[in-house]
Design a protein around this ligand. Structure first.
Ligand SMILES: [Zn+2]
Length: 314
């Protein structure tokens, strides 16, 4: 029997999987990039965040189909053995019959560890390039450098790096470790619930953010804030940092006006039954289904946290 609230995440969240070598020295070594380019594989990404997939794997392009040298707007994702992996905008390749262009939310759970890591990084970095075309200091155009891992200002030289916005996500349970606190955002359909989450503010620690967000969203004070794990969430540029915390179940719930439509404590048995029904993604057709509690799909760290909490006790 575990002590109250001692659950941990049993394995990496699906988008935290990664196998390639991302050492910074590779991004600075242009001679190495050029020597490995003939054997490189390239992930194409369109403006909707989609890449070609065939048979449950990424349909990476041989570099020869893309260019004679790494394109200036391509990003070196990493290396594995003698193979370099790059990402490039969709314009660098042709569409091929028999493959499907899919986004990360839709197919990330089906990919193996290497492909999941490549796709996640490609989405995060290429989307940043799309929005970083002008200098934050002087407003002049910027250009990529360091194999896509920085941009510099063509006028003042200011250098910028891919941005990630931290967000906390917290599984709140009661002192008896028998119930979890779930909430439904006002913009979600009836029945859809998840754990609480929010962006970290400037000048704020992660733990303080957990305490503030839970208080703001449902009016409850939490304690014993404990780190669980994290996963990149490049929609468009977050990393979700997962925590567990404890709250009193008799404290009144006060959902934030306009933000949280409903908040409720859910028992382990009810949560297990809902998890067995599958995630939101299985019900996006709009069918009402029989469940009154729809939970996040398996690609989210929220789902991983709920699964782990359920599994920690008989
Ligand atoms: Zn500038």
């Amino acid at each position: 029997m575990s002590i109250a609230g001692s659950f941990t995440l049993p394995s990496s969240p699906l988008l935290s999987r990664s196998t390639v070598d991302r050492h910074e020295s590779r991004r600075l070594d242009v001679a190495r990039q050029q020597s490995l380019w003939p054997g490189a594989r390239v992930l194409l990404l369109d403006g909707e965040g989609r890449t070609p997939v065939r048979g449950g794997a990424l349909a990476l392009r041989p570099s020869a189909e893309v260019a004679a040298q790494p394109p200036v707007d391509a990003v070196l994702l990493g290396e594995s053995g003698d193979t370099a992996y790059w990402a490039a905008p969709r314009e660098h390749g042709e569409r091929v019959a028999g493959e499907h262009w899919r986004d990360l939310r839709g197919c990330g759970a089906d990919l193996d560890d290497t492909d999941a890591g490549l796709f996640t990084t490609a989405v995060a970095v290429l989307r940043w390039h799309d929005r970083a075309g002008f200098c934050a200091i002087c407003g002049s155009p910027t250009a990529p450098r360091f194999a896509g891992w920085a941009r510099y200002c063509l006028r003042c030289g200011n250098e910028e790096y891919p941005r990630t916005d931290p967000a906390v996500i917290c599984l709140v349970h009661d002192a008896a470790d028998a119930h979890v606190l779930l909430a439904r955002q006002s913009s979600w359909p009836p029945g859809r619930f998840s754990v609480l989450a929010g962006f970290v503010e400037a000048g704020e620690s992660l733990e303080s953010c957990v305490i503030r967000e839970v208080a703001e969203e449902v009016g409850v004070e939490v304690r014993d804030v404990r780190y669980l794990g994290s996963q990149p969430w490049p929609f468009p540029r977050s990393v979700m940092i997962g925590f567990a915390a404890v709250a009193d179940r008799d404290a009144p719930l006060r959902p934030a006006d306009g933000e949280i439509a409903q908040a409720r404590w859910v028992s382990r048995d009810e949560l297990r039954a809902a998890l067995a029904e599958g995630g939101w993604t299985h019900r996006e057709d709009g069918s009402p289904g029989s469940a009154v509690l729809l939970l996040p799909g398996e690609i989210s760290i929220a789902r991983r946290m709920l699964d782990a909490w359920c599994a920690a006790r008989p």
